[in-house]
Design a protein around this ligand. Structure first.
Ligand code: CAA
Length: 381
């Protein structure tokens, strides 16, 4: 058993840690306050090869493994959760389906741009009436000769308003109502009939755009089909398995930021004539954070390692995502508590961490869905 990162993995982690501290952390509060998309630093992530980190060199990426991919998600989230999610929507949710299910022409066409940040991607699965029950989606792609005609609407699409490429899930079999009739498509967002709706006003993650998307008689060539007709739901689920590793690692990063801020604050803040870090009540909170952050990291690294070994990892990814997001929610609440009244103000970053983490218990599959996936593996039903 080997508990050490490889030299390459350490190099990626350290490079991203430095980049995130120098270039992302200083702008995080501003983008949060202004609800503005951090295009400059998003493009920098592309220049550094992060946005397609697992893309092989032949398609313009650095060809790193999934352990490195997950470490990037953690390091970015320490500086700013929105950046980690922007990274994930590209490096995992957009790159993944093409890398794993695309044909050669699709890989050559899209992967270099997604890797360099020349184009940004989004993943359009969720609809207003189809969230946890992803197989019930109603956007249609009707086959007409050599084309598909797409109609419908998507909701809560990360990067939707800034994306150049959309991985779209739509129903090609109008007779079906479940997962079997779903297909995946690669859509240039400049295609006629593609419309971006509102950017949601959210509790947190304000620098990450979350849009409605509309498709009105949007005509796609048959070459836009990703994988085979009817394979879309499996493509969506397999993609989310990796997305859940990313969400677990991002959660771990947010918790780490909350923890590090709390340790520093507790050592500095004096009450009753001594630092509050000398109080056991505070020490126990910090000790719990220390243990659970390490446990979450081990869970996501195990899932990423299994993926790198080409072993089944659905169960491990759900475990990691469930534990890390719930752990980090708790850690950020405790961080605000440790900071007292200061923690409730925008003078300190912990209130942002507490707002940002909540969505990690919801997106990429809610905690309830993770428990369902885990329970199906445990019970075998
Ligand atoms: N990998 C590959 N295939 C899978 C799979 C996986 N992980 N999970 C299921 N499948 C396959 C099954 O094998 C099955 O295939 P067969 O019909 O050939 O047997 C098919 O898909 C249907 O599977 P289920 O019967 O299990 O489907 P279900 O309707 O019961 O749904 C579910 C299962 C786990 C509840 C699933 O719907 C789910 O994960 N829901 C949550 C959706 C979700 O995570 N949404 C997040 C939105 S994206 C997002 O948040 C990104 C963002 O913006 C940041």
């Amino acid at each position: 058993m080997q508990f050490q990162l490889t030299e390459d993995q350490r190099a990626v982690r350290d490079m991203v840690r430095e980049f995130a501290a120098k270039e992302i952390a200083p702008v995080a509060a501003k983008h949060d306050r202004e609800h503005s998309f951090p295009m400059a630093t998003a493009k920098r992530m592309g220049e550094l090869g992060l946005l397609g980190i697992t893309v092989p060199e032949q398609y313009g990426g650095p060809g790193a493994d999934y352990v490195s991919f997950a470490l990037v998600a953690e390091e970015l989230a320490v500086a700013d959760a929105s950046h980690s999610v922007i990274f994930g929507a590209n490096a995992s949710l957009s790159v993944g389906p093409i890398l794993n299910f695309g044909n050669e022409a699709q890989k050559q066409r899209y992967l270099p741009g997604l890797s360099s940040g020349a184009i940004l991607g989004c993943y359009a699965l969720t609809e207003s009436q189809s969230g946890s029950d992803a197989g019930s989606l109603t956007t249609t792609a009707r086959k007409e000769g050599e084309h598909y005609v797409v109609n419908g609407a998507k909701q809560f699409i990360t990067n939707g308003g800034v994306a150049d490429l959309c991985v779209l899930f739509a129903r090609t079999d109008s007779a079906s109502k479940d997962a079997k009739g779903v297909s995946a498509f690669l859509v240039d967002t400049k295609t006629k009939g593609f419309k971006v709706g509102r950017n949601e006003h959210k509790l947190g993650l304000n620098a990450s755009y979350t849009n409605q998307l509309f498709f009105e008689d949007m005509v796609l060539p048959k070459e836009a089909l990703l994988g085979r007709e009817g394979e879309g739901f499996k493509i969506a689920m397999a993609t989310l398995d990796t997305g859940r590793i990313m969400a677990a690692a991002g959660s771990t990063g947010i918790a780490r930021a909350a923890f590090e801020a709390s340790v520093a604050y507790a050592k500095e803040r004096k009450q009753f004539g001594r630092p509050i870090a000398t109080n056991q009540a505070i020490q126990w909170k910090l000790a719990d954070m220390d243990v659970t952050i390490e446990a979450a990291r081990n869970l996501y690294l195990k899932a990423a390692w299994l993926r790198d070994q080409k072993q089944p990892y659905t169960h491990a990814a759900s475990r990691a995502k469930l534990f890390a997001s719930e752990m980090a929610m708790k850690a950020t609440i405790e961080a605000v508590q440790i900071h007292g009244g200061n923690g409730y103000t925008k003078d300190y970053p912990v209130e942002r961490y507490m707002r940002d983490i909540k969505i990690f218990e919801i997106f990429e599959g809610t905690s309830e869905i993770q428990r369902l996936v885990i329970a199906r593996h445990v019970v075998g039903a």
